[in-house]
Design a protein around this ligand. Structure first.
Ligand SMILES: Cc1cc2nc3c(=O)[nH]c(=O)nc-3n(C[C@H](O)[C@H](O)[C@H](O)COP(=O)(O)OP(=O)(O)OC[C@H]3O[C@@H](n4cnc5c(N)ncnc54)[C@H](O)[C@@H]3O)c2cc1C
Length: 227
């Protein structure tokens, strides 16, 4: 619960160079620290073999290794956060817990698991199936199963995230917003979130952000229904 993730702005100074855990750490729950350290050593040796001076070799070593390490650290961070907030998973059913655990780093997905173990994913999909009994034999993957959110019945679990377009006029969204949100809806997302909408005109971040007051006043002026 107190794992230290080491990151260094630079891995070298003059003739000193860092590798392995001294340069970077990745939470042990993804089991990658030894591999990263060994790969660092191989990359450093290869860089030193290249023609050029020491500074160029160390620069090459760091440039080639950093993107790989940072990518692994992102996966490790997701895994670390999963374990450090494990309360959210306690009490879930074993099938859900297992799938959640397997996909915690976000590198292993439902589709990856299907390739690795098709029978496991088929049984998971059957367990998750939210349809009425007697529906067609093969259920859709969980992402495409319906979801109930308050009074809303969503046909799938894909949510289009809000994108601030800043194209509203007097707080009122226009054609650009209609095309943007309409395209998302036509794309099949179960829920489309409109961008941030201020409750009052003075609460807007810019003049081009939608506001509830703007929508109401424009609809009053133009006679639009304010639904
Ligand atoms: C609980 C746990 C589980 C892990 N599980 C996995 C796993 O499953 N798979 C995996 O790949 N990785 C795992 N790791 C990570 C892995 O152990 C490390 O990433 C890896 O050992 C780093 O290698 P390193 O050579 O950079 O550092 P280290 O292995 O830490 O080596 C550094 C060495 O330097 C020595 N040292 C320190 N200071 C001095 C000094 N002043 N003078 C001389 N010597 C000194 C230390 O004693 C040590 O022997 C795990 C780590 C932990 C903590």
């Amino acid at each position: 619960m107190r794992f230290t993730t080491v990151r260094n702005a630079t891995w070298r100074h003059a003739n000193i160079v860092l590798l392995g855990d001294a340069a970077h750490t990745a939470h042990y729950s993804i089991g990658s620290g030894t591999k990263l350290a060994m790969e660092d050593a191989l990359a450093l040796a290869a860089s030193l073999e290249q023609p050029g001076d020491l500074a160029a070799a160390l620069d090459h070593y760091e440039r080639t290794r950093k993107p790989v390490v940072e990518s692994t650290q992102r996966a490790a961070q997701a895994s670390l956060e999963w374990f450090e907030s494990i309360d959210h998973a306690i009490g879930t059913e074993p099938a859900q817990f297992a799938f959640n655990l397997l996909t915690r780093s976000r590198r292993v997905t439902h589709d990856n698991l299907r390739l690795r173990d098709g029978a496991y994913i088929a049984s998971l999909d059957r367990w998750f199936d939210r349809r009425q009994p007697g529906a067609a034999a093969v259920p859709a993957p969980p992402l495409f199963q319906p979801y109930t959110l308050g009074g809303l019945r969503l046909r799938n679990r894909i949510v289009a995230a809000p994108v601030a377009l800043y194209r509203a006029q007097d707080g009122m969204p226009g054609d650009i917003d209609l095309i943007h949100l309409g395209a998302k809806a036509l794309g099949g997302a179960g829920l489309v979130l409109a961008d941030m909408t201020a409750v009052s005109e003075t609460g807007r971040v810019t003049r081009f952000q939608p506001s509830l007051a703007g929508v109401t006043s424009v609809s009053r002026r133009t006679g639009w229904a304010s639904s």
